[in-house]
Ligand binder design. Structure first.
Ligand SMILES: Nc1ncnc2c1ncn2[C@@H]1O[C@H](COP(=O)(O)OP(=O)(O)OP(=O)(O)O)[C@@H](O)[C@H]1O
Ligand SMILES: [Mg+2]
Length: 348
């Protein structure tokens, strides 16, 4: 659906200074996919996103959406093509002096749709975003979540094939964020819409994205299926953003442990009593030092740090069994351990 081929964007200031916001980015986003662009502030995410509908014209490279190279279109052709690319923003960008219905109708009126069709389409959109009955309200009378729903309805009114979201949930509280993400997920399923989500929130990527690209200093430094990137983040920025192996172990790690490992499990293995079975069958014991269980796009995903006790060969066999059962050995934690009792002598 979207092919970015070697995109760069350099801003030239009046004094002759230059900022390169995007450097040589190539990306391919498939039809019906939810694709996340994650990175810290200033990484170039918004600039790259705005290159997709040419709100920013790239300094180099081509942008192909649905088979058409946007950089080669005339102004009129580009305006037409843009109607098929909806966009939503962190601060909603609604017309404050217009009602909810007028806001949603705005792009349809621009496209000169007959009034009766506009009314029908507005009603359909309101139903889609769960705001039927709100047509006469003004944006100032709505909560943040409701405003974003109006923005989504407006973005989808012209039946786009792509929806670009720039930090669409960053101004919302966690519960409202969840409800907006769930709405976007439903829309993605129902309409087969391709969604590109710019965010700095890991939970957005985890909740809704199929694939993710990590940006820093204008470049994409890592990309892949969300679960793969979560399990094996290779770039430092990814590790920092995902914060999964970062928390220090508790200082009360049992010093008698033979091995302490960090393991991950996903999908089917999440619900089976595999740890207990492995311990029982091999004859060793274990203690869970820390753990989390979450979902990645509705698939259970968990991480545990486990201390194993027993003969080294028996513990090795137990961990091997876990791997055979589908657990992923993320990290041997032995080097991270702060032993229970450490004597330190300091001489000056
Ligand atoms: N119109 C502009 N003129 C000059 N420089 C710009 C312009 N827009 C963005 N930049 C610069 O480009 C770089 C990338 O900015 P961009 O807004 O794309 O980052 P971002 O990843 O979206 O950040 P944030 O998470 O804070 O929104 C920054 O250094 C920024 O200062
Ligand atoms: Mg931004």
């Amino acid at each position: 659906m979207i092919i970015l081929d070697n995109i760069s964007k350099t801003y030239r200031q009046s004094r002759g200074d230059e900022t390169t916001a995007v450097r040589n980015v190539s990306l391919r986003i498939d039809t019906g996919e939810v694709f996340g662009l994650i990175g810290y502030s200033g990484a170039g995410k918004s600039t790259l996103l705005r290159c997709i509908n040419l709100l920013e014209r790239p300094s180099a490279g081509s942008v192909i959406v649905d088979g058409v190279d946007l950089t080669r279109l005339s102004k009129r052709e580009l305006n037409q093509k843009r109607r098929k690319i909806g966009m939503i923003f962190q601060h909603f960008h609604l017309l404050s002096s217009a009602t909810v219905a007028e806001n949603i109708a705005f792009p349809l009126r621009l496209a000169k749709m007959p009034a009766a069709q506009v009314r029908a389409r507005v009603a359909e959109m309101l139903q889609l975003v769960g705001l039927t009955g709100y047509e006469r309200q003004y944006p100032s009378q709505l909560s943040g979540g409701q405003k974003q729903r109006v923005a989504i309805a407006r973005a989808l009114a012209a039946e786009p094939s792509v929806l670009l979201c720039d930090e669409a949930t960053s101004a919302l509280d966690p519960e409202t964020t969840k409800s907006i993400l769930s709405l976007l997920k439903d829309i993605n399923h129902q309409l087969g819409l391709t969604i590109v989500m710019v965010t700095h929130q890991m939970e957005v990527v985890r909740d809704i994205c199929d694939r993710v690209a990590v940006m820093t200093e204008g470049a994409i430094v890592e990309s892949g299926r969300v679960l793969d990137v979560l399990l094996k983040p290779s770039h430092d920025v990814t590790k920092r953003l995902f914060q999964i192996h970062q928390a220090p172990l508790s200082p009360t790690v049992p010093s008698a442990a033979t091995r302490v490992v960090e393991i991950a499990f996903t999908g089917a293995t999440a619900h089976d009593p595999i740890l207990a079975e492995v311990a029982q069958s091999t004859g060793c014991t274990f203690s869970i030092l820390r753990g989390t269980i979450d979902t990645v796009k509705d698939v259970p995903f968990g991480q545990l740090t486990v201390a194993w006790f027993g003969e080294k060969t028996v513990v090795d066999a137990a961990i091997q069994r876990l791997e055979q059962a589908g657990f992923i050995l993320l990290k041997e934690q032995i080097t991270d351990i702060l032993p229970q009792a450490t004597e330190v002598t300091v001489s000056c």
